[in-house]
Design a protein around this ligand. Structure first.
Ligand code: PEP
Ligand code: MN
Length: 368
């Protein structure tokens, strides 16, 4: 994938108090009192860079609290003046953008349900054309399609927005899971590979759905070198009008942030780097051997394919496949490897073997 973006580094749009960048505040702005009390408590812990509060809430079904609307923007703007904090909210259409900018919102974020729609994204990008001094964060789309996420950045970039950041908030799933939205870390990691300039923030609140998981998800994100965290924080979480189960108190946020281990992405320490180089060379050699072994395996698969064709036997044989899965899983266990990891690898190996044998069947047929 060819991705060419012009993105300012995080430091140019917010002077973070320390790494990681912290965005915190209630899921929704409910009343001026709730917002101000939460903001004051967050200001007091002195670790929060941007105050968040949802003003327009995308609710799955009607008849639940859909946000305070423009009135809430006045509360946010009052808090910004009183406490001198940067403020951020979710926008989902051009009117939201215009309103939010009128009230001096510093950070706009685009929610998962909007990133998923290229039409909405284009309308939003058009509304942002020529707007200066605003930061736009884009949450991943609800389903794991990296292209849509990148497309959103490209549309915003073409509208001249360069203060950009990504938010990983997990993906919807139909399967049973301990998460509300399952984190698929490979997707933000791939985003980092194709567009390394984009700062990436993790939203453990919407991944978790419950406050007990916030700490471990945040630590995982930092271990993967994410640049920031967005954590829903409410002065009385259990009384929140939306997402009550996943919000934490400002005191708990303070504890979480103090307990998190922040690791460095690299160091100049010579001894460390030499040792890491040695270990990486070993990995490179093992990977070469792995690929040689896979090539040798594939050569045998080819021979079997030809042999099956000559004897008019089907490519796929259930019994054999079943035996392989059982035997390889047992071997994995003996070697202290995660069984499901080896099973997943074998599914891919088997799929490719079938593809190869089917190709052989076809090529022999066309010669006949
Ligand atoms: C939110 O941050 O309040 C929100 C609605 O998030 P998401 O778009 O991730 O569901
Ligand atoms: Mn929420």
């Amino acid at each position: 994938m060819n991705v060419n973006l012009n993105v300012n580094p995080l430091e140019s749009w917010v002077k973070t108090k320390s790494k990681p960048l912290v965005i915190a505040g209630p899921c929704s702005a409910e009343t001026p009192e709730q917002l101000l009390a939460t903001a004051k408590a967050l200001k007091a812990i002195d670790k929060v860079d941007v105050l968040r509060a949802g003003i327009w809430k995308p609710r799955t079904r009607p008849n639940s609290f859909e946000g305070a609307g423009s009135e809430g923007l006045q509360w946010l703007s009052d808090v910004k003046k009183e406490l001198n904090m940067m403020i951020g909210t979710e926008v989902a259409n051009p009117q939201h953008i215009n309103e939010a900018l009128k009230y001096g919102v510093d950070v706009l974020w685009i929610g998962a349900r909007t990133t998923v729609s290229p039409f909405s994204m284009q309308e939003m990008a058009d509304a942002l054309k020529g707007v200066k001094n605003v930061t736009v964060l884009v949450k991943n789309p609800t389903h794991p399609e990296l292209g849509l996420w990148i497309g959103a950045f490209e549309r915003l970039n073409q509208a001249g927005i360069t203060n950009l950041g990504a938010i990983h908030r997990g993906f919807s799933t139909y399967d049973k899971s301990k998460f509300r939205n399952v984190p698929i870390w490979q997707i933000p990691i791939e985003l980092r590979r194709v567009a390394p300039q984009i700062p990436i923030i993790c939203d453990p609140s919407h991944i978790a759905g419950k406050r007990e998981l916030i700490y471990e998800i945040s630590q995982k994100a930092l271990d993967l070198n994410f640049d920031g965290l967005m954590i829903e924080t409410h002065i009385t979480p259990e009384k929140a009008w939306s997402d009550a189960d996943q919000q934490v108190t400002p005191e708990r946020l303070n504890e979480i942030l103090s307990d998190l281990q922040v690791r460095v992405a690299s160091t100049k320490d010579k001894e460390f780097n030499d040792h890491l180089d040695d270990l990486r060379k070993k990995i490179d050699n093992i990977d070469r051997e792995l690929i040689e072994v896979l090539a040798a395996r594939m050569a045998i698969v080819g021979k079997i394919g030809e042999y099956k064709k000559e004897n008019n036997v089907t490519t796929y044989q259930v019994k054999r496949w079943d035996d392989i899965m059982k035997n390889r899983a047992e071997l994995a266990k003996k070697m202290n490897l995660n069984e499901s990891y080896i099973i997943e690898i074998y599914k891919i190996i088997h799929e490719e073997s079938i593809r190869k044998q089917t190709e052989i069947m076809k090529s022999v047929e066309s010669k006949a």
